[in-house]
Ligand binder design. Structure first.
Ligand SMILES: [Zn+2]
Length: 228
């Protein structure tokens, strides 16, 4: 009998590493599997990733930051750039672990007239000049829309995007303007139309709280009292 073609050592390493990271994400509650979940898109799935919980374990965040930094260790960096609170925590860990000792900048992601936009504080402009080498760090990447905006932002200031590091690339065809992308998890989970969902057919109860977050889980809030 012919043995199956063996995977290269690096492919096995990547598989093992991905499984380890998924197990840690499960422990933090950020990753759910073997369930039946209504997604915000209206599709059903057995799996879910909750972005808010990804960076709740500092030693895990530091570990994945170090892996991303090691991957890009050969490339000299001036700046690590990110957005959002979760990505910012991860990018701090990447910048801290990279041998070039790059500085850390962040842009704010907002919506304007229904279109997403990224805004870099005026104070940060001085750090991205002609040929400044920039690594962009994200936590989760779906189709790359925010990353493309960040790449344009850097290039408009004259900088060069060396690559992108992320924890989880959800779609293999994410469009990142041809830049190299390194992700620790590439696992893509199947989603089903509500009408043809095999989990519905099995009668597994559907969890709706992730799609109907506002009704299901209210954030805690404290307001300053009005002065009388
Ligand atoms: Zn279903």
């Amino acid at each position: 009998m012919t043995p199956p073609p063996s995977k290269g050592a690096s492919a096995v390493d990547a598989d093992v590493r991905e499984r380890i990271h998924l197990e840690i994400l499960k422990r933090t509650g950020a990753y759910i599997e073997n369930d039946h979940i209504l997604l915000p898109s209206g599709h059903h799935s057995a799996e879910y990733i909750d972005k808010t919980l990804v960076t709740t374990e500092p030693s895990f965040t530091e570990g994945i930051g170090a892996v991303i930094a090691k991957h890009y260790a050969e490339w000299p960096l001036d700046v690590v750039l990110s957005t959002g609170p979760g990505a910012l925590l991860l990018s701090h860990c990447v910048a801290r672990a990279h041998p070039s000792r790059p500085i850390l900048l962040y842009a704010n992601k907002t919506l304007a007239a229904g279109k997403r936009q990224v805004v870099l504080h005026a104070e940060f402009h001085q750090f991205i000049k002609e040929n400044t080498k920039v690594l962009i760090v994200e936590d989760l990447v779906t189709m790359g829309a925010t990353l493309r905006l960040l790449i344009t932002l850097v290039e408009q200031l004259g900088g060069v995007v060396v690559g992108i590091g992320c924890l989880w690339q959800r779609h293999p065809k994410a469009d990142v303007s041809g830049k190299p992308i390194f992700s620790l998890v590439k696992h893509r989970f199947p989603v089903y139309d509500a009408g043809s969902c095999p989990l519905c057919k099995q009668g597994i109860p559907l969890r709706e709280e992730f799609a109907k977050r506002r009704q299901a889980r209210k954030p805690s809030m404290v307001k300053e009292e009005e002065k009388s």
